[in-house]
Design a protein around this ligand. Structure first.
Ligand code: SDX
Length: 392
């Protein structure tokens, strides 16, 4: 009679769903996209190739990859009228709010959503291509700088960096190592099973909402500091430690003190109860990029000492708290010159192929039902209406 049903967002009665896209083993720290280990994809693949793998289930042939790149190039500019949206945002508007709105607006600017495989594949690529342009445009307009258009001669990642940083006085020099690092960064973020934002995409998509508005919901869900906003929260935390001269010992004590709101951002994970395999790769990338650009980042040193202290501490060991993907990702993004308020946007661009793949898996399932979780009712039992004059 309490209406008790497990959380059932159309995922069956156990609060879990069936999916063939990403495999995670939280105890062993394993992550595979369509069966391929993340370590091999990070070493050998590109973000565009990994996006194709996630969405179609197979690595592309050379011909498929070429065709994909042509579409990504053709779809890279935005509808000129979308620029008016940006110009009316206050300069300090957070780019995640702008991105969520712009992706939702795509439903109005690109209304043709033809439910044919070839047409839907183009829709996926339109999203993957334009999200880069939208992100870079938000950054440039927030600085009052001219918008840089995508170039047909640059690959997916180089185009993004050029749109972010090209300038009439100092033309952007595309650095192959940075382009490689950005490919790896986005590969590491491309999908992660049924995380908060992917669940939001599956729940919203289960109502047969158009893909643009569904992805927009995923972007909003990712924004929170406990989820995709953690990369920005980690760097804010490290900067705070640096500025205040907090000792590592202080930080570990604060993280353990339940009365203190301080949490070790970038640590802990709902599924990984060991080192997040992505964090290992991200940490190495941080070292490589910083040594290449010959820049020391005091925040990297703080992060490494924090990690070392936490991994030795009984509190963190007992609770299986290890660095997650966000702990070092901010360091990598800083080394690439990405501003802190764009960090979660970078996560969203990376996660887009995973959201699309998970949405596609759901909507192509003839058995799909609308998400309709139930509850354990804890409110009043039945009682009568009280006229206002009789209320105290
Ligand atoms: C992402 O789901 C995904 O896959 C997400 C993601 C993806 O790719 O989509 O991997 C991306 O979101 C990574 C996580 C980024 N968030 C953070 O780094 C924020 C800091 N981490 C925590 O807020 C927390 O660890 C979560 C939110 C990540 C996980 O939360 P859980 O599993 O619900 O853990 P919990 O809050 O129940 O904590 C269990 C215990 C608690 O102590 P007790 O109540 O048992 O005494 O561990 C403690 C917590 O207080 N704890 C921490 C901690 N994380 C958990 N204590 C200090 N510092 C932390 N970071």
């Amino acid at each position: 009679e309490t209406g008790y049903i497990t959380f059932d967002p159309g995922f069956g009665n156990t609060g879990t769903c069936r999916s063939a896209i990403t495999y995670m083993d939280g105890e062993k720290g394993i992550l595979r996209y369509r069966g391929i280990p993340i370590e091999q994809l990070a070493e050998h693949s590109t973000f565009v190739e990994t996006a194709f793998l996630l969405i179609t289930g197979q690595l592309p042939t050379r011909e498929e990859l070429t065709r994909t790149s042509v579409y990504l190039n053709d779809f890279s500019p935005l509808h000129e009228n979308m620029k008016a949206f940006y110009q009316n945002y206050p300069p300090k508007a957070h780019p995640m709010g702008i991105l969520s709105a712009m992706v939702n607006a795509m439903r109005s600017f690109y209304p043709e959503l033809i439910d044919l495989e070839e047409e839907m594949n183009k829709t996926y690529l339109r999203l993957i291509s334009k999200i880069r342009t939208m992100a870079a445009m938000a950054y440039r307009i927030s600085l009052g700088e001219r918008v840089v258009y995508p170039r047909p001669d640059l690959c997916y990642c180089a185009n993004f960096l050029n749109m972010m940083f090209d300038s009439v006085v100092v033309p952007y020099h595309v650095d192959d190592d940075l382009v490689r690092a950005l490919n790896v960064f986005w590969i590491l973020h491309a999908d992660h099973e049924q995380n908060c934002s992917t669940t939001a995409v599956r729940v919203v998509g289960s109502g047969k909402v158009n893909i643009y508005s569904t992805i927009s919901a995923g972007i909003s869900a990712l924004w929170g500091p406990l989820h995709g906003g953690a990369n920005q929260a980690v760097v804010n935390m490290l900067e705070d430690i640096h500025k205040k001269g907090l000792t590592i010992k202080d930080c570990i004590a604060k993280a353990k003190d339940k009365t203190d709101p301080f949490r070790l951002m970038g640590f802990g994970h709902r599924v990984y109860k060991t080192y997040d395999p992505r964090a290992k790769i991200m940490k190495k990338m941080g070292d490589i990029i910083l040594s290449k650009i010959k820049r020391k980042d005091p925040l990297l040193d703080i992060a490494q000492r924090l990690e070392e202290a936490a991994l030795k501490d009984s509190y963190f060991k007992e609770k299986n708290l290890y660095p997650n993907v966000d702990f070092y990702s901010g360091i990598v993004l800083r080394a690439m010159g990405i501003p802190t308020n764009m960090f979660t946007v970078m996560f969203a661009i990376g996660r887009l192929p995973g959201w699309i793949a998970q949405w596609k898996e759901d909507v192509s399932d003839p058995e799909m039902k609308i998400s309709r979780p139930r509850q354990i009712y804890t409110g009043h039992q039945e009682r009568g209406y009280i006229p206002i004059d009789d209320r105290e």
